[in-house]
Design a protein around this ligand. Structure first.
Ligand SMILES: Nc1ncnc2c1ncn2[C@@H]1O[C@H](COP(=O)(O)OS(=O)(=O)O)[C@@H](OP(=O)(O)O)[C@H]1O
Length: 304
């Protein structure tokens, strides 16, 4: 890199740092100002104030609407400035390898429909279920849920933030989704310093559903079959007749589980998963050594 490029890069970083610092230092006031704001106002605030802003989405209904709103804002601004329309916020999609085919179809369809740049990230060192299962065994989610969550979501998301230089993201979380989300704020700063914007935090499922239908927003066709929240196929089911919670169809057989880890403490998730992965690696090595020793002692006897 040339010296002038280095200077330009470090001054961009300093500028971004200053903007993020400003948000961190004024978080309470910002949230007071945005607490009753419309999603569009929150999105506009984020575009104007946050550097290296992306949208992290699994194309849940909230994410689909966020893309739609960003697309409208991008168009209005381009027309006003007399410049070609460009979707202002790139997308990050973590392909866990266990999404429903409908979700994968939607991801490609929506990115194309909105002409949005989309970065797809996969679990480390794998791009297919076969590769993943050769490495970690079948149904890892049954054997070790935390490690599974870390490998398929937390690590790829963090890798995307580091590689792309992401400083802030839109998420599709809403208060009416319950559990930890019931007290969401419009803007949060996580333990890594990443700013998270929850533009539709105040909207109910009914509001997002109506917006999607009234505005011809591409959404997951599984919603028309009764699903309300869609994640990996093995942990997503239809909400039961008496279930009122929006996310009651997620991890139905796992009492107390409400999050995949993406919105939990990153360092805790990382340390726990890395410890387990180290232990598993040691166990594998011990097993291989025992097998080798067994084979070595068995050979002379067999020969004799
Ligand atoms: N795979 C993947 N890739 C990128 N971003 C993702 C992913 N999974 C979750 N998210 C982000 O978290 C928002 C809430 O998703 P969910 O309600 O499905 O919860 S969970 O994250 O699975 O626990 C979700 O909101 P949507 O944009 O509505 O999908 C995203 O902002």
């Amino acid at each position: 890199m040339t010296l002038s490029n280095q200077i330009a890069q470090s001054s961009k970083q300093a500028e971004e740092e200053a903007k993020i610092r400003h948000v961190i230092n004024n978080l309470e006031a910002i949230n007071r100002k945005l607490s009753e704001a419309d999603p569009t106002e929150i999105i506009e605030w984020a575009i104007d104030n946050l550097p290296s802003l992306y949208q992290t989405t699994a194309f849940g209904i909230t994410g689909c609407i966020t893309v739609d709103m960003i697309s409208r804002i991008s168009e209005q601004r381009a027309v006003k400035q007399g410049v070609p329309v460009q979707h202002l916020v790139p997308l990050i999609f973590v392909d866990t390898l266990y999404h429903f085919p409908q979700t994968l179809d939607l991801a490609h369809k929506a990115a194309k429909h909105y002409n949005a740049e989309m970065y797809t990230y996969y679990p480390p060192g794998t791009k297919t279920v076969r590769e993943f299962e050769d490495k970690w065994g079948p149904q890892l989610w049954e054997k070790d849920e935390e490690t599974y969550d870390y490998l398929v979501k937390v690590e790829p998301a963090r890798r995307s933030y580091e590689e792309l230089g992401v400083r802030a993201v839109f998420t599709g979380r809403r208060r009416s989704q319950g559990a930890d989300r019931a007290s969401l704020k419009a803007v949060e700063v996580d333990e890594t310093g990443l700013v998270k914007v929850n533009a539709l935090m105040n909207w109910s499922f009914g509001q997002v559903d109506t917006y999607a239908k009234n505005n011809a927003v591409p959404y997951n066709e599984l919603l028309d079959l009764g699903y309300k929240s869609i994640g990996d196929w093995h942990s997503t089911s239809l909400p039961g007749a008496g279930d009122s919670g929006e996310r009651s169809g997620r991890w139905k057989d796992k009492a107390g589980k409400t999050e995949c880890g993406l919105h939990k403490d990153y360092f805790k998730m990382k340390n726990l998963a890395e410890k387990k992965l180290r232990e598993a690696e040691l166990a594998r090595k011990d097993e291989a050594r025992d097998k080798a020793a067994e084979a070595a002692t068995a050979t002379p006897a067999a020969a004799a």
